[in-house]
Ligand binder design. Structure first.
Ligand code: ATP
Length: 271
């Protein structure tokens, strides 16, 4: 059994809702209703569900971009809330994100080189600027980009190129986990396939674990070892990817499978 890296225990998230009138009692929306999951080294856990089912909330809580209302997140067996500052810094460095719209997460005034340098400066004391630059030069060909993109700004790159930069930015810190939140949804189908295959080959090379979030069942199946199906913040079905895809127990899971537009043949054909 591979090492357990990240674990969510009974995660609940209630968002406060705006009051219509001031004397009303405060109301909340339950976005997550007690979800537990484990992510082991080198594994991919897929989270699938329709819009509003709580996928991003779950990913953000596991990566500590927001806190749960109840429940616990453990990183290598340690509770995020009770770990020492140095351990928390290690967690922060080791759990990275790739989002749907990479351009939005990049400062439009920065060059790509500066965008790639920034997290290493902020989260990694081990690298001198020269070593950081060396690391960038090494990672660029691995994500299929030429060094001349370094002097450009995000607006001068395509969506697919920007997503490759976002992947490079996440990988530069050698993270153990990457939370991929709808990371190919904004891309053309053939570019989606290239990015997914790139993520797979990088996983083979570095042993990275992915929490892979998507509304598209065939994309999640293609990427994941185990799949969790979320409906209104509850896991209604979970299981090994192929088994769940071919023998779903819930009618909702079957409907997600049949409405999944992505052809796996395309994924396999585009390397
Ligand atoms: N900051 C917030 N305040 C209030 N409600 C929120 C907030 N963020 C999310 N929600 C609500 O929580 C629920 C789950 O949202 P979430 O973004 O996690 O779902 P999702 O499955 O990722 O959806 P999508 O695929 O559309 O991104 C939704 O009903 C959403 O409206």
């Amino acid at each position: 059994m591979s090492e357990l890296i990240l674990e969510g225990q009974n995660l609940v998230k209630d968002y406060p809702l705006k009051k219509e009138v001031f004397w009303e009692k405060p109301k909340t929306l339950r976005a997550l209703g007690g979800v537990s999951l484990k992510l082991a080294q080198g594994q991919t856990v897929g989270i699938v569900g329709e819009s509003g089912s709580g996928k991003s909330t779950l990913g953000e809580i596991l990566g500590d971009l927001q806190r749960p209302s109840k429940g616990t997140v453990l990183y290598q067996g340690q509770n995020l809330r009770t770990m020492k500052q140095a351990e928390y810094r290690r967690f922060r460095r080791n759990v990275q994100f790739i989002f749907q719209n990479p351009k939005e997460s990049m400062n439009p005034y920065f060059t790509i080189e500066k965008i790639l340098m920034e997290p290493m400066k902020r989260l990694d004391d081990d690298f001198s600027p020269a070593q950081a630059q060396q690391k960038i030069q090494t990672i660029l060909p691995q994500v299929g980009l030429e060094p001349d993109c370094l002097s450009r700004r995000p607006a001068e790159l395509s969506g697919g190129q920007c997503q490759r930069i976002a992947i490079a930015r996440a990988l530069l810190l050698n993270p153990q986990v990457i939370v991929c939140d709808e990371c190919v949804s904004a891309l053309d189908v053939s570019i989606q396939a290239q990015i997914l295959n790139l993520l797979k080959s990088l996983q083979r090379r570095y042993g990275t674990s992915y929490l892979f979030i998507s509304h598209d069942m065939s994309v999640v199946h293609y990427m994941s070892d185990t799949i969790f199906v979320l409906v209104k913040g509850q896991v209604i079905e979970q299981g090994v990817g192929a088994e769940l895809m071919h023998h779903p127990k819930q009618a909702y899971t079957s409907s997600l499978i049949s409405s999944s537009l992505f052809a796996e043949d395309t994924l396999c054909a585009v390397q």
